[in-house]
Design a binder for this molecule. Structure first.
Ligand SMILES: Cc1ncc(COP(=O)(O)O)c(C=O)c1O
Length: 448
């Protein structure tokens, strides 16, 4: 492996890395081998050692169109020559109005309004606030509870961790959690659904647990249910057949808003603009981020139905209707990148490509069945995961070893617990997916 002069020059202490094992990373050059990124293009990164890595997770689920897409780069450069930052409060730009229109057009019928922020976490907070304020404006201020789901990931704001269901993200911050939140059970059941291709047959009935929560708390206290249609961060947990439809029915029956957190599933990965269209289930609010501009400049947002928006549009017209927003809401550079991303999605026929590539992904990853230490393989459109048997007494260690072995072989995977997640770029070829899978096979064998 090439020597890494750049690594040797760095003092690593000051940077507190997010969601990372800081001490392990900083401990030795060996632990950092191939883990300093120097450049990126298309589906690949190059490390400071000069090694090329296939990006098996599209950044962090955000760069589906490939890194440094020339059209996106050009759009942002052009924008910089015209307007850098334009304040969003009481002001606007033509670009941001046009972008909202385009996103609303891509969304399911009835979604007509877009609120911009800068990340998935902010999008979730925004959607939760919209839900509370909506009920209040309708005279149902008693609807204050949120229902999330075990193993759910909705970012790291206090709203997101409260409705989220990952214990590691919650336990340290228990004192700051939103009150009155409850959770649906997760749908990850290896005994019943291991090695399912696409949506598992088992688990539809788990949506009915909402009835139990309604019986416990009373519907009149519940503002919204929030779920990821496909759970990405917990390791690609695919909704059971009919599960989302059932949730929709129950929410409608009880006057509860349904929020789809589409931060990962929005803008391409499901082979449609949104998972709502892939499953033909229409929520009341949709959160998005990541793919909206291919991760080029931070951006997130919430898409609301006309009915929700209109509910806010009351009172004196000179008054602010929703006391919420961010300094960088609809940042000009993020907007420029998003317009270019939407252009590229159309010009490069991305949804159709994702649908066809998804079939290749399913074939290739399920070909790993039978390898030692694999206890599940699952897939959902252009997302897949391989779950490994934990090493006794050391959960997570096997996946770290696989991750490191794969880096040596030129592929960057994502691991969460003992799960290896894959979310390839939309521009990948079937051959690249096969190569990725073979690297995973070799890495699992080498990790032992
Ligand atoms: C479903 C979902 N919601 C929210 C978030 C948080 O997004 P961010 O990291 O941009 O705050 C993520 C991030 O992966 C996500 O997957």
């Amino acid at each position: 492996m090439a020597a890494n002069a750049l690594d040797a020059e760095l003092d690593l202490d000051a940077y507190w890395m997010p969601f990372s094992h800081n001490r392990y990373y900083k401990q030795s050059a060996e632990h950092r081998s191939n883990r300093l990124l120097a450049r990126a293009e298309g589906s690949y990164y190059w490390t400071t050692e000069g090694n090329k890595l296939y990006d098996a997770l599209s950044g962090l689920w955000c760069c589906g169109l490939g890194h440094r897409h020339p059209k996106l780069v050009e759009a942002v450069k052009k924008q910089l020559d015209v307007l850098d930052y334009g304040t969003a409060f009481q002001m606007g730009t033509p670009g941001v109005f046009k972008l909202a229109e385009r996103i609303a057009e891509a969304a399911p019928a009835g979604f007509e309004h877009v609120f911009f922020c800068n990340s998935g976490s902010e999008a979730v907070d925004t959607a939760l606030k919209m839900a509370l304020a909506y009920h209040r404006a309708r005279g149902e201020a008693h609807r204050t509870r949120f229902i999330g789901r075990e193993k759910g990931y909705h970012g790291v704001g206090f709203g997101g961790i409260s409705v989220g269901g990952m214990v590691a993200n919650r336990k340290m911050f228990a004192a700051g959690m939103l009150q009155g939140v409850d959770h649906l059970p997760h749908t990850h059941n290896l005994k019943e659904m291991a090695f399912s291709r696409g949506e598992p047959d088992y688990g539809t009935h788990l949506a009915d647990e909402l009835e139990r929560l309604v019986a416990l708390h009373d519907a009149s206290t519940i503002a919204a249910v929030i779920v990821e249609p496909m759970q990405g961060s917990a390791g690609v947990i695919v909704p059971p057949k009919g599960y989302l439809k059932r949730l929709r029915e129950l929410c409608s029956k009880h006057g509860i808003l349904l929020i789809f957190d589409e931060v990962i599933t929005g803008f391409g990965r499901m082979g449609k603009p949104f998972a709502a269209q892939h499953w033909d289930v229409t929520p009341d609010l949709i959160t998005f981020a990541k793919g909206v501009n291919n991760g080029l400049v931070p951006m997130g947002g919430v898409i609301a139905t006309k009915q929700i928006y209109d509910t806010f549009m009351t009172g004196p017209e000179h008054m602010v209707e929703f006391f919420h927003g961010y300094t960088y809401s609809g940042h000009a550079l993020a907007v420029a990148a998003a317009h270019a991303a939407l252009d590229v999605i159309a010009e490069e026929d991305i949804y159709q490509r994702v649908n066809s590539l998804s079939r290749s992904l399913e074939e290739t990853v399920h070909g790993l069945k039978g390898e030692a230490n694999i206890i599940d393989i699952r897939n959902c459109q252009l997302a897949a995961a391989v779950e490994l048997a934990p090493i006794e007494g050391k959960p997570g260690l096997r996946a770290i070893r696989v991750f490191e072995e794969a880096l040596k072989r030129g592929v960057l995977f994502r691991f969460t617990g003992d799960i290896i997640a894959m979310g390839p770029t939309f521009i990948s070829t079937p051959d690249e997916l096969s190569r990725m899978t073979e690297v995973l096979r070799d890495s699992i064998r080498a990790a032992g």
